[in-house]
Design a protein around this ligand. Structure first.
Ligand code: C5J
Length: 220
């Protein structure tokens, strides 16, 4: 299969060797009243990508592709949360504190769940990650290697933090990655735009980008 209009040049992939990776589409970042909003962010920016992401997920499922969901999630005792991460800055709520949707970024809490519209189904992989990158302190690389995955299609939030970090980690591990432009978002639109430019600069130094419609066209 080929995404002809991918940037900076066409992206070739085989369904059986490719996974769709949705980064941290969890309630605490996306829904009003969650952690993201308590940090002073306008979460409606992130909510706006849900319909396109849902459509891409549905098309990928119908094609029979592997789906990976991640959550930024710490253990209840915070033993996997470095003090530097927890203590930085002056937020009204820190990781592990009781927030509007349970303890902030703690596995199993209501706010840590993937939003209903994109909820994982049987057979899909769900990775709890303590870092920004999906490969740090998780078994994701081994799991993908066992399945023969060489290509990754990324969506999720936020573009310049967990999505970009995961793409860079994937790049260093030898994956060809493409970021679905309308299935990722930032609280800072300029950061999203800069990330898309950075990813595909210098001959796809990190990877490719394309609108989800171009993926759907390739799948038809
Ligand atoms: C952040 C993320 N922004 N999922 N997490 O802290 O990008």
């Amino acid at each position: 299969m080929r995404i002809e209009t991918a940037n900076p040049f066409p992206y070739d992939f085989e369904l059986k060797n490719t996974a769709l990776v949705l980064i941290d589409m969890q309630r605490d970042f996306i829904e009003p009243g969650g952690f993201g909003e308590t940090l002073g962010n306008d979460v409606s920016l992130l909510e706006a990508i849900v319909p396109a992401t849902k459509a891409a997920l549905q098309a990928w499922r119908e094609a029979g592709g592997l789906v990976v969901h991640t959550r930024e999630a710490h253990k209840a005792d915070l033993s996997d949360c470095p003090p530097a991460k927890r203590n930085r800055g002056n937020p009204s709520l820190r990781i592990g504190d009781e927030g509007p949707m349970g303890r902030i970024l703690v596995a199993g809490e209501p706010g840590n769940q993937i939003i209903d519209a994109l909820a994982p189904v049987d057979g899909e992989i769900v990775i709890d990650k303590p870092g920004k990158g999906a490969f740090y302190a998780t078994g994701l690389h081994e799991l993908l290697q066992r399945r023969g995955i060489t290509h990754l299609l990324f969506g999720g939030v936020t573009t310049e933090v967990c999505v970009q970090t995961s793409m860079r980690e994937a790049n260093d591990r030898g994956y060809d990655s493409l970021l679905l432009e309308d299935c990722t978002e930032s609280y800072f639109p300029a950061f999203k735009a800069a990330t898309l430019d950075m990813v595909r600069a210098q001959g796809a130094i990190v990877g490719w980008t394309a609108p989800s419609a171009a993926l759907m066209a390739a799948l038809r």
